[in-house]
Design a protein around this ligand. Sequence first.
Ligand code: CP
Length: 310
Amino acid sequence: MKKLGSVIEAQQFDKETLEKIFSTANQMEKSPPSGLLKGKIMTSLFYEPSTRTRLSFESAMQRLGGEVIGTENAREFSSKAKGESLEDSIRVVSSYCDIIVLRYYKEGGAERAKKFSSVPIINAGDGIGQHPTQALLDLYTIKKCFSRIKKLKIALIGDLMNGRTVRSLCYFLAKHYPDNHIYFISPEQTRMKDDIKSYLDKHNLKWEERKNFNSIISDIDIFYQTRVQKERFEGNIEVYKEIMKSSEGIYITRDTLKKMKSKACILHPLPRVSEIKYDVDGDKRAKYFDQAKNGVYVRMALLKMILAGY
Ligand code: CP
């Protein structure tokens, strides 16, 4: 019996483990085993706000019979507010539980935590770094939509510079699914960073960059829309407003739907602000709420594989 360890970044996974995560998530969706993690405790330690990641992990743990402790606003309600370092908090908290799900506001937070933890750490988002479990549920959703992760034209849209979900997704696609085509579609100010472009090049995944999707709407299979990450523009509200203005041309609207393939799929890690209009939600191609629900199954799979083995 093998056990998965900490989940820190997308690049750590091999293809076999990925396939095992997806097949386990599928089992969790069809017939979840109750009581599998009875007696285990998960801490959710969130230094940044979250709805989906925290609550889907907590739901996943409880559905498997485990228990949850934690704090949703660790910057204010943990001893961080008294000046305690992440390292000290992790040393202590890891003696209270079997696994820690950590969202931190700086890149590298999960990696730092892993060095001081006696239990596995799951990176639930580290600043503008990565969000590997989100990308796993994105891939699981893509597999469900298309029955494959190849020969797809994938448009990653929005704040690609600050979006940690698209970064993790690119790492997974490049390493394991290079037979796809990525379009980076963003305002000039929030273009995808060069480290990701180099990683894609290294793995021969073809990509191109565009200011909008107008001329390629009917070619795209996946519209992966993202929010402008307001929290990364603190003290720069004018820049944020300018980017919001430049983003209007890449919003998904009823008009976009008219030009899309009938089998296209619209994804979004959520929360959304204005970038997908509410009247798009009823369209059968809008899969972002299914995507959020898939988070529970993928996170159940991860908790099982880490705490009970596979
Ligand atoms: N997708 C995602 O990470 O959502 P939350 O910020 O609500 O967890």
